[in-house]
Ligand binder design. Structure first.
Ligand code: SN0
Length: 315
């Protein structure tokens, strides 16, 4: 694998999931593979799990890791081509990416959407420029439209815990105070469609995801109907795709609670984190037996390790 930005970059998803599960059982089996190889992690936005789990995965493979918090410590980056740089941006992404490619064997990059210009965000301008100019394999650490390491960890979590071949998996919108990217929801939907589960998306009117991500999912604005019989409930806020980047309502009544859990098949409740307690998800759920958020976070390591291993092997 030379690029991991979407489920489409994976030739055999089942094989990648079983690789991750094997690595979880035997984390140091490939500790010679990454010897004298360097992973560079570049953040244009904040991170906790992605940074630590990917770093840990690389260390398990014997790699050295360098982390660059571009947003705080780097020069202000220019991304537009052909302009005169007489303003506030200091360094062009062409040189910055090229330089980092000189120092690293594999690069991971995080670049959130601006949530102002939908076409620009959905063209993955920054991520794609980085891939183009760094010249080494690239792992997405969450781009404008997707968060594939999270989705792979989510798929691993469901595969480990499911009790039927085709579980009912519900992605439910949750309230939030800030306009958030659609990336986690898009990506989760893309991977769930690939997994061929009984997959349902529920959200208030106006929050439809882009059709290419919805795929074959059943979509309903009735959350109770969606939750009925669910085996897994994935809770996530996202801002509007139609009225791009906007919060359309306060989403009252959409928080996932124990009361709503009664509608489900004693579902496992998932969230990528960070989560706003008492707003997206109730304290009682997060502190209760149905929460899978730490299982998901744990699986971030094995997801990253399976992807990086495949890049190191050049397979
Ligand atoms: C990001 C998102 O894409 O929704 C990252 C998730 C892994 N989440 C946030 O930015 C949350 C920010 C907040 O203020 O709660």
């Amino acid at each position: 694998m030379k690029l991991f930005s979407s489920v489409k970059d994976v030739t055999d998803v089942n094989q990648l999931v079983s690789e991750a599960i094997q690595l979880k059982a035997n984390p140091f089996a490939d500790e010679q593979l990454g010897k004298h190889k360097t992973l560079g992690l570049i953040f244009l936005n904040p991170s906790l799990r992605t940074r630590l789990s990917t770093q840990k995965a690389a260390m398990n493979l014997g790699m050295q890791v360098m982390v660059m918090n571009m947003d705080k410590e780097g020069w202000a980056l220019e991304t537009q081509d052909g302009i005169i740089m007489n303003g506030t941006t200091v360094e062009h992404i062409r040189e910055a990416a090229g330089v980092m490619g000189e120092y690293c064997d594999i690069i991971g990059i995080r670049s959130f959407p601006g949530l102002k210009d939908r076409d620009e965000d959905y063209s993955e301008l920054i991520f794609n420029k980085f891939v183009q100019f760094c010249g080494v394999p690239v792992v997405s650490l969450e781009s404008a439209t997707r968060h594939p390491l999270q989705s792979l960890a989510d798929l691993i979590t469901i595969e480990e815990l499911k009790t039927t071949a085709k579980p009912r998996v519900v992605l439910t919108w949750a309230p939030h105070v800030k306009p958030l990217p659609q990336a986690v929801a898009n990506s989760f939907a893309e991977w769930m469609n690939k997994a061929d589960y009984d997959f349902v998306i529920t959200h208030p009117a106006g929050y439809d995801l882009a059709p290419e991500f919805v795929g074959n999912a059943v979509v309903t604005n009735n959350q109770d109907e969606a939750l009925a019989g669910a085996d897994f409930v994935y809770v996530k806020n996202w801002s509007s795709y139609q009225d791009y980047g906007k919060i359309l309502s306060d989403g009252e009544g959409w928080m996932m609670t124990n009361e709503k859990l009664k509608l489900t098949n004693n579902a496992g409740v998932m969230h990528c984190l960070p989560v706003r307690r008492g707003l997206e998800l109730s304290h009682e759920i997060l502190d209760g037996p149905n929460s899978l958020v730490l299982n998901q976070a744990n699986n971030r390591v094995w997801a990253a390790q399976a992807v990086i291993k495949s890049m190191l092997k050049g397979s």
